[in-house]
Design a protein around this ligand. Structure first.
Ligand SMILES: C[S@@+](CC[C@H](N)C(=O)[O-])C[C@H]1O[C@@H](n2cnc3c(N)ncnc32)[C@H](O)[C@@H]1O
Length: 279
């Protein structure tokens, strides 16, 4: 069952914007990660790099059961299963994403190791303490953090880790930037933005101990320019699908973020206390 409010808004958003996401991101529905801003890393490689940043921090192995919260069309979960040997369960609130992720896992002969189901991250159909680790790449951005983190903490076993990529605020929010943030939140069905220093108490409230909080903004900021270029390159097709107004809104947002700055970008690791340590 999908709960009301932010979950349903995000579900409708992804149902509507799916083709745009596939066109902009391929199987990794998230920002790119550039080790250095102008180091020659291609956009495709940068998308994979961000997935790699998350997988490296999880440190999973073949005996681990890993949850991917908000799995998109499965790029990160399938790579995690393939490269670590772990068993991965991905959940998304969008049925077509689950179908695509399942087909991708099958095509890579990983159906027994990476499976996907439609579920709401705020009310997951899993018992307590049932995963060794969880990842959440740009999915918490759509959720009220307190209940979402509590729910992830519930299904992690003691000693299990959560590695997430999330938005945060770390620089000064000028009135102009606040306008961009409001627009971003509305257009992308985001939940509230939180300051970086709010994360440690937020994680502790959910029953998780912060391990690492990294402001990775400088590594991901080139992504918006890439979205702009990709959208321009596929403009005719995307306009046919979404209409001119919708496309103008998105391109306007990209311009705004490039000119005035969007949210900062946080990669964090947190651990459920107790049990054997993993990291
Ligand atoms: C930006 S995409 C990231 C997808 C994936 N983590 C990746 O990096 O490729 C956000 C994902 O979160 C999912 N999502 C948002 N709110 C959710 C909720 N309440 N329950 C389950 N999935 C949710 C969306 O459907 C989408 O798959």
């Amino acid at each position: 069952m999908i709960t009301e409010t932010t979950s349903q808004k995000a579900q409708a958003y992804y149902e509507q914007a799916e083709a745009m996401y596939v066109s902009l991101y391929g199987p990794n529905f998230h920002h790119g990660y550039w080790p250095r801003p102008d180091d020659g890393t291609t956009y495709e490689q940068a998308l994979e790099n961000l997935t790699g940043q998350i997988i490296d921090r999880v440190g999973a192995g073949p005996r681990d059961r890993v949850l991917d919260v908000g799995c998109g069309i499965g790029g990160p979960a399938i790579r995690l299963a393939r490269t670590t040997g772990a068993h991965v369960v991905g959940i998304s609130n969008v049925a077509t994403q689950v179908e695509q992720a399942t087909a991708r896992a099958g095509a890579e002969n990983l159906a027994g190791q990476a499976r996907f189901e439609q579920a709401d991250a705020l009310e997951m159909p899993f018992p307590d303490d049932s995963f060794d680790a969880a990842i959440a790449i740009e999915s918490l951005i759509h959720m009220d953090r307190d209940p979402a983190l509590r729910e992830i903490a519930r299904v992690l076993r003691p000693g299990g880790v959560l590695v997430a990529a999330d938005f945060c605020l770390n620089a000064v929010v000028t009135p102009e930037r606040q306008r961009v943030l409001d627009r971003y939140r509305d257009l992308d069905s985001l939940s509230s933005f939180h300051r970086l220093d709010e994360f440690p108490p937020m994680l502790r409230r959910a029953g998780l101990e912060p391990v690492e909080l990294l402001d990775a903004s400088s590594h991901v900021e080139k992504s918006v320019k890439m979205w702009w270029e990709r959208t321009e390159a596929d403009l005719e097709n995307l306009t046919d699908q979404y209409g001119k107004q919708e496309l103008d809104d998105f391109i306007g947002l990209f311009d705004d973020v490039i000119n005035h700055g969007g949210p900062e970008y946080l990669i964090f690791t947190a651990r459920k206390p107790g049990g054997p340590s993993r990291n």
